[in-house]
Design a protein around this ligand. Structure first.
Ligand SMILES: [Mn+2]
Length: 259
């Protein structure tokens, strides 16, 4: 039902490096995650409910992603930096009409350009908005330029700051029926996932994020999701495991709706 697609792309990281090692660390930790989900009372097992594809480069990503969609599997993309998301969203938008994106992130990622590049990870959601609407959750780092643009374009109404997350039904009401979910692991408080390239204090906690994911997966048709920006650090296995557990939970939430 799911195909995990590792995309160890790293070209524009601006602070802590190492997200190219994210997919391998998540896959290693995923082997340790309990296959039975005690909340959902179902098993999510390798070779059964999910398979793991060979890693894709950014250049091959659109073609690889399109072939997964055409084989009716749900792609689970592991980053790598956040700039890989727009390629997946663009491919989903070709197959699914009425698509919107749910972004979990500390950063708004609404810059048109960053350090001279339009493909920077700091521009990830601005590129997505050129394809379809997006709802943003957990934001607590935004430039004045981004804020002014969000206000003028109306995007600000779909931006839920970490300090005041709206109830899940309000978030659901802003999404269309087909939803792509992108999770930058820095949406979590650094006490939950410290190993990320651009950490921000005051992030969301584990069950706060899960409750929104559970609600959205239950009410929407989730066509694909990604977990990006894990930057594994020696000595910190908590971040790797938590990211793997997150991938497993989201596969469970989507599966329990489809049963
Ligand atoms: Mn971020």
């Amino acid at each position: 039902m799911f195909t995990i697609l590792p995309v160890p792309h790293e070209a524009t990281t601006s602070y802590g490096k190492g997200t190219r090692n994210g997919p391998a660390a998540i896959l290693k930790a995923l082997k340790q995650v309990e296959e039975f989900d005690e909340e959902l009372k179902l098993e999510i097992r390798p070779g059964k409910e999910y398979t793991i594809a060979k890693p894709a480069s950014l250049a091959s990503l659109v073609a690889r992603y399109a072939s997964l969609l055409s084989s009716n599997t749900i792609p689970v993309m592991l980053g790598g930096e956040h700039s890989i998301t727009s390629a997946a969203v663009k491919t989903c938008a070709q197959k699914f009409k009425n698509l919107s994106v749910l972004q979990f992130d500390a950063h708004a990622d609404l810059r048109d350009k960053y350090q001279g590049r339009k493909d920077s990870h700091a521009c990830a959601i601005r590129r997505v908005l050129e394809i379809c609407p997006a709802v943003q959750v957990g934001i607590r780092s935004i430039s004045k330029e981004e804020y002014d643009w969000a206000e003028k374009s109306g995007q600000l109404k779909k931006m839920h700051l970490a300090r005041k997350i709206e109830p899940v039904d309000k978030i659901e009401a802003q999404l269309s029926q087909n939803v792509y979910i992108t999770i930058d692991v820095d949406v979590f408080d650094p006490s939950i996932i410290p190993s990320t390239g651009t950490p921000e204090p005051g992030g969301m906690l584990w069950y706060e994020v899960l409750d929104i994911l559970k609600g959205v997966c239950a009410t929407k048709n989730v066509v694909g999701f990604d977990v990006v920006e894990l930057s594994p650090k020696k000595g910190d296995i908590v971040s790797d495991f938590t990211a793997a557990r997150l991938v497993h939970k989201v596969m469970g939430y989507i599966s329990s709706k489809k049963q």
